[in-house]
Every structure is written in C-alpha cells, then in structure tokens.
Design a protein around this ligand. Structure first.
Ligand SMILES: Nc1ncnc2c1ncn2[C@@H]1O[C@H](COP(=O)(O)OP(=O)(O)O)[C@@H](O)[C@H]1O
Ligand SMILES: [Mg+2]
Length: 319
C-alpha cells in the first residue's frame, strides 16, 4: 500500500494517430494505480476542453491530487494538454509545456540537441512542392518523416526516385512540411531517462532488432514478436556509455521532467562512437508493461508499479 493514497486522474486515448497505444498505456497505468491503492479516475480525452475542465474540477469527491498523463502524440504530448493542466493548477506527470512542445517538434528538438553537443543526422525541412519539383531533396537513402508525429507514423525510407513517386501516389499525409534526414544504417538503440536536472539518470540501452523491417516502423513497434529487444544492448562499452551520456544531455537540454526516452541510430561502420546519432526524445513514452521504458526500469530493479508510483511522486507542478 502507498504511504499516501491519492486521487489520480489518468488521461488517455485522445484523437492523435497514437490513440490506440495510449489506451493501452492508460489501461496499464490505471491497473497499477489501483493495485497501489490509489483512487483512480480514467478519462478518455475527447476534443472537449470544457468537459475536461469540468471533469477535473467539479468532481463530487474533489479535485484529483495529480494527473497521470498517458496520452501520446499531438495534443497530449505536445504541450497543449499541459497548458490546460497549468491553467487548472493540478500537478501532472512528465514534462511541462515548453519541453513537451519542443520535443514533439522534431526539427526544433534537433536544434536543441545539436546545440547541447548531441550529434543528429543531417536533416532539412522541406515542403511538398520542393519534394515534387526536385525529385531528390537529398541524396538517397534518406528518411522522410512528419515533423510532429510519433510511433513511426508516416516515416518512410526513400532509396530511389520510385519511392518518392509512391509516396505521392499513396496520398500526402504529412501537412505542409516534412523533415528529411540522411538514413543512418546500422543499429536501433533507445535509452530511458528518469529524474530531473542534475538528478536525471539513464536506465539502460536497449537494441531493437525489427524482424524483416527496413526500420523500426509502426508494425515492428506494436505487433508482438515483430522486434527483438536486446537488453542490455550487445554493443561496445564505449558506445553504450556514450548513448547513456547523450540521452541525459538531450533530456536535460530540453528540460525534460519525470521520465522520457531517447531514440538513437548507431552506424557501426564508423569509428568508435562517431556513428551514434540522436533521432528524437519521447516525453511520454509507451507505458504498457511490455514497453521499452518499463522494460528498462525492470532491468534496473524498478517494478512496473514502483515506476508508476515514482512518476506520481515526481510530477510537474503548475507555477
Ligand atoms: N535518420 C534516420 N536513419 C535511420 N532510421 C531512421 C531515421 N529517422 C527515423 N528512422 C527510423 O524511423 C523510426 C521512427 O523515427 P523517430 O525519429 O524515432 O520518430 P517517431 O518514433 O516519433 O515516429 C526510428 O526508430 C528509426 O527506425
Ligand atoms: Mg522514435
């Protein structure tokens, strides 16, 4: 049983491309919170800000003590809902408004990470017209991705002109601009970080090996058995240590709070740690018991329920 029983509202669902994943994260968080003895109110977030405010403030039982934010993607992870929670004045898990907004915007986060000395793949932001006009905005192979989605939604590998034509034929799903990055061949790594400021600690490095996928795409992420998780990552110690160091550096540079997870690529053809590239940081990483952050926490000796309790005890507090 927890030392203090809290009223916890769990925000989940939403209407981003990651709704389904969020419902699973939220369900797992609710189960853990109930097992921990907290009073839990699950909220499937709809596009109804007034309704959310009413639910959170007009509870017969009183306001929640803390919000567990299990939303992923736009609105839930990009500073929007965080702004609403600041306004209402209830502490909430994970990062605050500015950090969430910066981390969700991949080009912006690349600027912040690079400035802190974290190497990122060469990248440019281009419009649809630019792609169509100059069929090669960058020498292939390159990756084309939405500037503000997650879960690999919309990420496409371009190795030839036909690939670009195919993207056009399939229908443009990206909005006005996209991020284009040099494709970093090699290994997929991820590092979860817990804490805040100088207390931020990296948990471990996991290597993801998607089976039969060119990269770590949506199916590889969420279909069971599609990807091997190698924990600890079987990579040279200097690369392992550098991934941990860079994850903390990026986390602190963006001002992350609570927990986040940094994604990397490692090209083992390059010398030493030269082939290590930061892709992005997820300020609200997946929280199903099989997700990468809980898996690394388990490896570091923190059970799923302990992790949830720890996050609850370390919320962002509205000013
Ligand atoms: N520059 C890149 N080089 C190689 N693979 C990449 C690159 N950018 C993205 N990917 C692949 O696409 C996946 C998703 O990209 P990422 O930047 O992590 O965005 P998100 O996970 O938010 O969709 C990565 O995990 C990786 O497998
Ligand atoms: Mg990612």
């Amino acid at each position: 049983m927890p030392q203090t029983k809290k009223k916890v509202a769990v925000l989940m669902g939403g209407w981003s491309a990651e709704r389904e994943v969020s419902l699973i994260s939220g369900g797992a968080a609710c189960k853990a919170l109930q097992e921990l003895g907290h009073e839990v109110l699950a909220i499937d977030v709809q596009r109804d800000p007034l309704g959310i405010v009413q639910t959170l403030t007009l509870q017969a039982t009183g306001k929640p003590d803390v919000i567990f934010n299990a939303l992923h993607g736009r609105v839930g992870e990009d500073g929007t809902i965080q702004g609403l929670l600041e306004f209402i004045g209830i502490p909430y898990t994970h990062s605050g408004v500015l950090t969430s907004a910066v981390a969700m915007d991949k080009p912006m986060m690349k600027i912040v990470a690079s400035h802190a000395g974290v190497r990122c793949p060469h990248g440019i932001v281009v419009t649809r017209e630019e792609i169509v006009q100059d069929s090669y905005p960058m020498k292939p192979p390159f990756v084309i991705k939405p500037t503000n989605e997650g879960s690999s939604v919309g990420v496409r590998l371009v190795t030839s002109e036909e690939d670009l034509q195919k993207i056009e034929e399939d229908g443009w799903i990206y909005g006005a601009t996209v991020l284009i990055e040099t494709f970093i061949t090699g290994h997929e790594l991820t590092v979860a970080v817990l804490g805040h400021g100088h207390e931020a600690k990296a948990l471990a490095v996991t290597e993801l090996r998607p089976k039969g996928h060119a990269f770590y795409d949506y199916t590889a992420k969420y279909s069971s058995g599609e990807t091997d998780h190698l924990l600890p990552a079987p990579i040279p110690q200097d690369v392992y240590d550098e991934a941990m160091r860079l994850a903390i550096l990026a986390y602190k540079a963006a001002g992350c709070h609570g927990a986040a997870r940094a994604d990397f690529r490692w090209d083992d053809d390059q010398k030493g740690t030269d082939g290590l590239y930061f892709l992005e940081i997820n300020t609200q990483p997946g929280m199903t018991p099989l997700s990468l952050l809980p898996e690394q926490a388990q490896y570091a000796g923190i059970s799923f329920n302990d992790l949830i309790q720890w996050m609850l005890d370390h919320p962002t507090c509205p000013a």
